[in-house]
Design a protein around this ligand. Sequence first.
Ligand code: MOS
Length: 738
Amino acid sequence: MTRPDFDKPRVVGQRTPRIDGEFKLTGRAGYTGELHVDGMLYGYPVSATIANGVLESLDLDAARAMPGVVDIFHHGHFEALHRSPNSMAHGDMVNEVRLPFEDERIYYHGQYVALVVAETFEQARAAAQRVVAHYREERGAVVSLLQTEAEGTLQESAGSSRGDPEAAFGGAEVKVDSTYHIAAESHLQMEMHATLAEWRDAGKRLVVHESTQGVFFQRNAMARVFGLAQENLEVISHYVGSGFGNKLFMWPHSVATAVAARMIGRPVKVVLPRQQDMTSGGNRPASRQRIRLGADRSGKLTSVIHDSTTETSLVHQYVDTCGSATPSFYACDNVSTSQRVLEVNHGTPCPMRAPGEVSGIFALETAMDELAVALEMDPVELRLKNNAEQDPASGLPWSSKHLDECLTSAAKRFGWEQRNPAVGSMRDGDEIIGYGMASCTWSAGRQPCEARVELRADGSLFAACGTQDIGTGTYTIVAQAVAELTGAELSRIEVKLGETSLPAGPLSGGSMATATVLPAVAAAVRDALDAIKEVAVGSGGAFEGSDADALSAEAGGLTDGERRVSFEEILETSKLSSVNGQGSAAPGDERSEYAFRSFGAHFVEVRIDPEISRVRVARVVSSIDIGRAINPPTARNQVEGGIVMGVGMGLLEKLDYDPRDARLINANVADYIVPTHADAPEIDVELLDYPDFKHNEFGGRGVGEIGLTGVASAIANAIYHATGKRHRDLPITIEALL
Ligand code: MOS
C-alpha cells in the first residue's frame, strides 16, 4: 500500500483543535433531541411497570381526554411490520429484534406498552402518565445472573481452544482458580436516545434524524422493517452526544416513532427520558467468569482456561464475549475460552465500550495478579515474562506491538520501584496506600468505506463520508487528512458526515472509524488531485502543456517545482466551479499476514481510609500503544475518559434489580452512581508513537475502547495490595471493603 510522506506529517499527528468545537460551544450544533420541523408532534412512550407477565388491558380514556393528545399507539393499534433479519454482515443488525407492541407478553420492566403522541412534549408526557395498564404479573422472573446458579446456554461458536488446557492445568506447579462477578452497567451517555421521523412524498419516503453511531445500519434496518427500498429512506445524525455502543444499532423506539408519524401523517419526535433510556436502551450485561491459570515456578503460563456466562434478554440474543481477547493476550500453548448466555427479565443488553473484553480483562488481569502473589513475583515481571512476541491465537506476527515498553514506561513514570510488595506496608498518615497494575488491550479492525472530496473555485475544500462523529473528533481528523494531502489550511476545509445520502461509511464503533474512514478520504483526495491536475494541464489551463505527473499538491494548490498555483486559481482559469474525487478503501491481504491489536498498561494508586471504609483512586498512570494518534489531544481524551469510566466500573456502577420482581430500581442518575470530578484521579496518559503502517497508511489503530480495559482490575489489584482482601466482584462497594 502506498502511503503519503507521513514520516514527518504536517497536520496528522499534530494537536488540532476540533473544527466543530465552535458549533458545539455556541449551541449551533443541532443534536437530534433539539431538532424541530414544521408540524412536528411529540411522542412519549409508556413503559411496563412489571418485568414478567401479560398486558391484559390498557385504559386510555383519561389519557385521550388530555389536552393536545393526537393518538395513542399500542398492541392492536399499530402497523404490521417485518422483523429485521438482524445481520452484521448485511449491515441491518438491530439491538432488539422484537418489534414494539408485537404481542401482549411483558418480558422486562421498561418494555413499551404504548406511545402517546401530542402537540407538545409536556402534553405527551402528562397524558402518558394517565395511561393505566392492567397486568397479570407472573412469578418466576429471572432477576439477574448474579442471583442465580443457572448456567445458561453454551454458545459453541463463541469459544476457542488450543493445546490441552485441562491437562496442563491439572499438572501445573502453581495454580489460580477464581470466579469473578461483574454487575450490569448502564452506558449513561450524555444524550438520550432520540428519533425524529418524517414521511415525505405521500408516505413513500422516510427521513429519520436519529442519535446513532451508524446511520447506514439504522437505514438498512428500517428499510427491512418497513419494507422500503433503501433509496427511499434517509437517516441523518450530524451531532451525537455520545454513545458507548448503545447507539450502534436500532432500538424499538425508532420504529414506534416512524409508525406514529406515518399513521398520523405528521412528523413525530421521541426523546427517551433517562429512565427509559436505562431500562430499554441497552446495558452492559452482568457476567460470571471462572478463570483457571496454571504456571511453572518461573512464572511461565502453562494453561489459561476462561469460562464466561453473560446475560441476554428474552426478546433478543446478545452475546457479550468475555473471552475474546484471552487467546491473544499471553504466550501460552494451552488456552481455552467458553461462553454461555442466560436469559433474564431485563431490557436487552448490547455492546458497551470494549464489549465482552472489558469484563474478560478484569477477570484475566485480576487472576494474573493472584498468580503473581502465589509466585511471590512482581506483577509487571510476570507480564513481561509471558509477553507474546507473536499472536498466539493466529500464529501471525503482530503488525506492531509495544506492550513491553508500555509496561516499563508507565512503571517508571508511576514510581513502581518504590512499591513495597508486602500487603498494607505503605502508609501516609491515616491512609493505607495500594499500588496495582494491569495490562489492557483491544482489537484493531477496519471496515470498507467510501468518501467524496471536492475542490471548489471559492477556495474551499469539501470532504464527505456517511460515518458520524459521536463526540470523538471524527470531523476534525477527516479535515486533518485532507489538509495533510493537499497542504490546504484547515480553515478552508468543510467536512460533512452523518447522512445516508453521502458515500457509505462505517459504524462509529469497535474503535474502527479512524482506520476505516481516513484511507477512503485519502483515496478521494488523490482522485480529486488527479482531476485538478488534468484540468491544469489541459487547454487554457494554469499549467497548460505540462505533464500532469510532474505536478504535486502544495499549500492548497499545485506546483511544478517552480511555480505554485492555488486550486481556486486553477479552477478559475479553466472556468470550473469545482472538481470531484471519489475514493474507497477496505482492509486487504495484510490481515492474513499480520495480527492487529493494541496493547497498553495502567498503574493505579489507591488510598484507603480504613476507619471510614473509604477508597479513593488517587493516581492513574497509563501508557498505551495505538499506533499513531491522528489528533493527540482527542486521542488522549478517549483514554482519560476510559479511565474515569473504569473508576466507575471498579467502585461505583451497578444496575440494581429488585430481587422480588426484577424491576430496575436505580433507573435514574441520582441512584446509578458514576464518578464525578471529585472522584476522578490524577491521570497521566502517554500515547506511544509507533505508526502502524501495516494497518493503514495513516498508521492509527483506533483508541475509543482500549483505555477502559484493565482499569478496574488495576484498582482491585491496588486494593489487594493495600488491604490483603481479594475483590473478585464489581463494583467494589463500601460494604465489600468493610
Ligand atoms: Mo463501541 S461498544 O463499538 O460503541
